[in-house]
Each structure stands twice: as structure tokens, then as C-alpha cells.
Design a protein around this ligand. Structure first.
Ligand SMILES: NC(=O)c1ccc[n+]([C@@H]2O[C@H](COP(=O)([O-])OP(=O)(O)OC[C@H]3O[C@@H](n4cnc5c(N)ncnc54)[C@H](OP(=O)(O)O)[C@@H]3O)[C@@H](O)[C@H]2O)c1
Length: 475
């Protein structure tokens, strides 16, 4: 047997897979009550009504006198007073901001995911990493379960953080719940829901519990497209790997005028990318701006308007990948990974609100569902981005779409050989540009607002896909 045929046998076939996240109703099976009545249950957040409802179930439950403005040191002091804690019931503030273009969504992270991050760091500092502890984390109307489900996405980032926490501390029992705004809390059901080993959420709507599944999607190739010939497209993070691939596609196919926004000054590497694409069609422009800074993004917008007159589409393709386990992640690092997703998404909505756009396209990640260990900041950013886009789609007249990419092994931020090997071992192959661009065309023109695309072996356990179900999109 020569080496080529040997390789052909051991290399698993990677199948391109387009999937859709859907939320299915699940029966509520009354399981063991967690925490038990004698456990030391502490409550963080919530209001008098919540506390009195909870105390009907747990008369000994104590409300911790801490708040989101506390430092880790202050939280540690308070947690120490209540040790040993068996279960933390953490309740996110209920947000009522009226618009998706509200800075309160950015500021709200302080009392949400950042506050939780500080509590986790405090528990780790107190040695809870070596003992089991239970969590019930409640958000209100933060996770949409279908495209007409109105949410306030502020605290959707929490779902990402708790998912990675579940992977990093598998002996901590984690239950994440998204309740319905203005509905009575389902007591005592709330405390008999099993914890979820992946840290995935249960969503309560119209008195039913839902959980998320990924289901394969089939579609017929369409003749229509949402791209315009000569369209003007702004790509935040366009000089990065996937931004460049996307730009090449729209320049080659639609003679698009592409404007890249990035923080770096234009260097030789960026110039080489521009030169390469200029040999195919209209030369991309490059504007230096940090899109987490609303004023800088606004300045870029005005420059584009002056030069091009109109804008047809926006792509959010920015990422700051700063992986670390929660034990080794400091607050600044967590914030940096989060900000590029949260702040940039909100700033896009604020700055481009008045533009008659054809589409806004958010590049998110399969990690919204995998919620991998070591990536809490990124995953929190991605679950936020998905929920934010869902709400933006309800409020804006143009198409607002999310593509949750699987792994790109040849371009982009994780295109190293080491990463490729790691993903290969998990049964994950590299997405290649033609298949990815075809999937995007289907997403943009199709009826669904969110799809995920990955290359995987059929036996890969990287992400759970329910292959017994299938969604077919007809033309
Ligand atoms: N690569 C993958 O396998 C993969 C998988 C799933 C999802 N995704 C998603 O796909 C998108 C693109 O990923 P990629 O792999 O192409 O990443 P990349 O090569 O690292 O490109 C990201 C770009 O974002 C820019 N950027 C970062 N922060 C910014 C800010 N504040 N303002 C403006 N620009 C900023 C960076 O340029 P400066 O540093 O100069 O600002 C960089 O050019 C991301 O949204 C990512 O989450 C990628």
C-alpha cells in the first residue's frame, strides 16, 4: 500500500453541514429538587418579590449584600461570610430599554456578564474549584426561541459564559434559565429542572420549557441573490481572513465596492491583500477605526458616505481572540474578547441606523453552541451577537442575518497547523471558501435569519446535531 492510499483510509470524510438552531418544547419531568431544602442557598440580584417567592420554597435562603460595582476583593469578603455555599441563585436585572440602538445594552454588561465573571473569580479565589457547587442563573427574555420572539439581548452574553463554565468545572452543577418577561415564575418547577452538563439554557415561554437543537438544513440552489452588482459593502474586520475571502467573492461575482475597517494602520500585509483583490475588480478601500469606539465608527461612516454616497450592506467580521481558562483569565482580557462582539454590534446599529441597507451580516461562531472551555470571553460575545441580531432583524426593515461559522483552517485567526491538528482530532475539517460563500448566499436570500456552517465527520462529537430531523427550504 503506498502512502497516498494509506492516507485515504485514515482521513475521515468531512461533510459540509448547514444547520439551523431550533428550540423544541420539552416535557417538564419532575426530578430531584436542587438545591435541597437544607442546602446553603444564597441569592444574588433580583427584587423583593423574587426573594419572597424563593423563600416560600427555601425559607433559609439569604440575599447576599453585594452589587455589580463591587470589586472581586469585596465580593470575596462577602462570600467568605456565608461559606460554605452550596448553591448560588443569580438573577440578571430585567432590562427595559426601548431600542436596540441604546448604549444601555453595552453598559448593561457590567451588571450582567461582567458581574458574574467577578463572582466566578471570587469563588475560585476561595477554593471552590475543588468542591461541588450548584448554580441557578436566571435571565429574563434574553434568548429568542424563534425569529418573532422579542428579546432584550443585553444578558444573552451570560448564556455563553455559563456554557464555558460548565465545561471548565464539570463538577459544578449548572442550570441556566431564560424566563418570560412579565410572566409569573414557574415555582417550584424552576428548582426541579435538571442541571445541564453542557451549561445550555432552558427557555420558558407560554408556560412551556424549550431547549435548543441543531438540525440539518437542505436547500435548492437559488438563482436570486441579495448582493447588488456594484454594491457598496462595509466590512468591519475586512482585512482579516474571512473578511478577505468574502470581499474576493463579492468583488469577483458582483464587482462590489468594498470598504474595510480595522484598527491597524494600513501595513504591507493589508496593502498586498488590497493589490491582489484590485487585480480582480474594484479596489477595496481601507479605513483605520476601532469599531468598539462609536465616534471612530461614525467618522468612518461619514468618510464612506462622502466617497460613495450610499451603503448597501454591512458585515461584522471582527474578532479579538484571547483564549484562556477562567482561572487564568483576568477581567481586562475577558472584557477585550467581549467588547469586539457586544460594542461593535451595538455601534453598527447606532451608526448605520439611517442607511437604507439591503442587509447586515453578522459573522458569529459554532462556539455559540459548543461553548468551548477556554473561550468564555469569545463565547459570551457570540451568544450576545446572535441574540442581538435576532432582535435587530425584528426592528429593521432590511435583512439581518447571522452565520455561525465552524472552523476555517486555511484563513483567519485560527489557521495554524497546531489548531488544524486539534480540530482534525475532534472530527472537524476546514471550511473552504466556495462552499462557505454558497451557504451565505442561501442564508441571505432564504427565510431563516440564522444558520451555522461547518465541516465535520458524521461521528464528530464536537457539536450535537440532531440528524434524525431535517429542514428543507424550497424555492
Ligand atoms: N476563523 C474561524 O475559524 C472562525 C470560526 C468561527 C467564527 N469566526 C468569525 O468570523 C469572523 C472573522 O474571523 P477571522 O478568522 O477572519 O478573524 P481575523 O483574521 O482575526 O480577522 C478579524 C479582523 O477584525 C479586525 N478587528 C478586531 N477588532 C476590531 C475593532 N475593534 N474594530 C475594527 N476591526 C477590528 C482585525 O483587524 P485589526 O486587528 O487591525 O483591528 C482583523 O482584521 C469573526 O467574527 C469570527 O468570530 C471565525
Amino acid at each position: 500500500m503506498d502512502s497516498t492510499s494509506r492516507e485515504a483510509i485514515i482521513t475521515p470524510p468531512f461533510e459540509p453541514m448547514l444547520v439551523s438552531p431550533i428550540w423544541e418544547v420539552i416535557p417538564h419531568e419532575t426530578g430531584q429538587r436542587i438545591p435541597s431544602i437544607d442546602d446553603n442557598l444564597v441569592i444574588v440580584g433580583g427584587n423583593e418579590t423574587n426573594w419572597s417567592d424563593i423563600r416560600k420554597q427555601y425559607p433559609h435562603a439569604r440575599v447576599l449584600p453585594i452589587h455589580s460595582g463591587n470589586t472581586v476583593e469585596e465580593i470575596i469578603r462577602e462570600l467568605r461570610q456565608h461559606a460554605p455555599i452550596d448553591h448560588i441563585l443569580w438573577i440578571a436585572p430585567e432590562e427595559h430599554n426601548s431600542s436596540i440602538t441604546d448604549d444601555a445594552i453595552i453598559e448593561g454588561q457590567e451588571a450582567g456578564v461582567i458581574y458574574l465573571f467577578k463572582i466566578i473569580k471570587s469563588l475560585l479565589a476561595l477554593g471552590y474549584d475543588s468542591r461541588p457547587i450548584g448554580w441557578t442563573v436566571i435571565t429574563i427574555q434574553a434568548q429568542p426561541i424563534h425569529k418573532y420572539d422579542e428579546v432584550n439581548p443585553t444578558h444573552a452574553s451570560i448564556h455563553g459564559l455559563m456554557g464555558t463554565l460548565a465545561k471548565e468545572y464539570s463538577h459544578w452543577k449548572i442550570r441556566v434559565i431564560d424566563l418570560e418577561s412579565a410572566a409569573t415564575w414557574p415555582m417550584p418547577e424552576l428548582f426541579t429542572l435538571p442541571s445541564h452538563e453542557e451549561g445550555n439554557a432552558y427557555v420558558y415561554r407560554e408556560q412551556q420549557w424549550h431547549h435548543q437543537e441543531l438540525v440539518p438544513v437542505r436547500y435548492n440552489k437559488q438563482d436570486e441573490t441579495l448582493y447588488k452588482n456594484g454594491g457598496v459593502y462595509v466590512v468591519i474586520g475586512g482585512a482579516g481572513g474571512i473578511g478577505e475571502v468574502w470581499s474576493e467573492y463579492v468583488i469577483r461575482m458582483y464587482e462590489a465596492k468594498v470598504i474595510w475597517i480595522g484598527r491597524r494602520e494600513k501595513d504591507a500585509n493589508i496593502q498586498a491583500k488590497i493589490d491582489r483583490l484590485a487585480s480582480i475588480g474594484p479596489t477595496p478601500s481601507y479605513i483605520v477605526a476601532d469599531a468598539t469606539d462609536q465616534e471612530e465608527l461614525y467618522r468612518a461612516y461619514e468618510e464612506i458616505k462622502q466617497q460613495y454616497g450610499h451603503i448597501h450592506g454591512i458585515v461584522h467580521s471582527a474578532i479579538v481572540l484571547l483564549d484562556k481558562s477562567l482561572a487564568n483569565m483576568d477581567e481586562e482580557r475577558f472584557r477585550a474578547g467581549l467588547r469586539v462582539k457586544v460594542d461593535v454590534s451595538v455601534n453598527i446599529a447606532e451608526v448605520f441606523e439611517q442607511e437604507p441597507l439591503d442587509f447586515v451580516l453578522f459573522f458569529s461562531s459554532m462556539n455559540s453552541f459548543v461553548k468551548a472551555a477556554g473561550q468564555s470571553n469569545y463565547v459570551a460575545g457570540c451568544t450576545f451577537k446572535d441574540a442581538f441580531a435576532s432582535q435587530l432583524a425584528l426592528e429593521w426593515p432590511c435583512a439581518v442575518k447571522v452565520m455561525n461559522w465552524g472552523y476555517w483552517g486555511t484563513v483567519g485567526t485560527v489557521a495554524s497547523e497546531e489548531y488544524q491538528r486539534r480540530m482534525h482530532n475532534r472530527g472537524v475539517g476546514s471550511i473552504e471558501p466556495p462552499e462557505a460563500m454558497e451557504a451565505l448566499e442561501a442564508l441571505l436570500i432564504g427565510p431563516m435569519n440564522q444558520l451555522a456552517f461547518a465541516k465535520m465527520t458524521s461521528s464528530s462529537a464536537w457539536v450535537n446535531v440532531n440528524r434524525r430531523k431535517c429542514i428543507t427550504i424550497y424555492q
